[in-house]
Design a protein around this ligand. Structure first.
Ligand code: SF4
Length: 79
């Protein structure tokens, strides 16, 4: 299989939900700024000033990478 073929296969696997990482929020670190909710509203919801993951596989734009990169206290990790 060519490298391009391997990448395509990996992409298809992720689309099917296989080996797909999901976001986790460290509640001790979260300051409730709401940025992740603005970026990925299908994935996060603010409850009592903390971000909760309500749709771990629901991001249809960036696989939550934008929220991970943008969280000011690095409270979001992908596992
Ligand atoms: Fe909490 Fe980070 Fe989301 Fe802000 S971006 S609400 S600090 S998890």
């Amino acid at each position: 299989m060519t490298p391009a073929g391997r990448i395509e296969t990996l992409y298809e696997s992720r689309k099917d939900g296989i080996n797909m990482a999901t976001p986790t929020v460290d509640m001790d670190l979260c300051i409730g700024c709401g940025l992740c909710v603005e970026l990925c509203p299908k994935v996060y919801e603010l409850r009592d000033d903390k971000a909760w993951v309500i749709g771990p596989n629901a991001c249809d734009t960036c696989d939550c990478q934008q929220s991970v990169d943008s969280c000011p206290v690095t409270a979001i990790t992908m596992e």
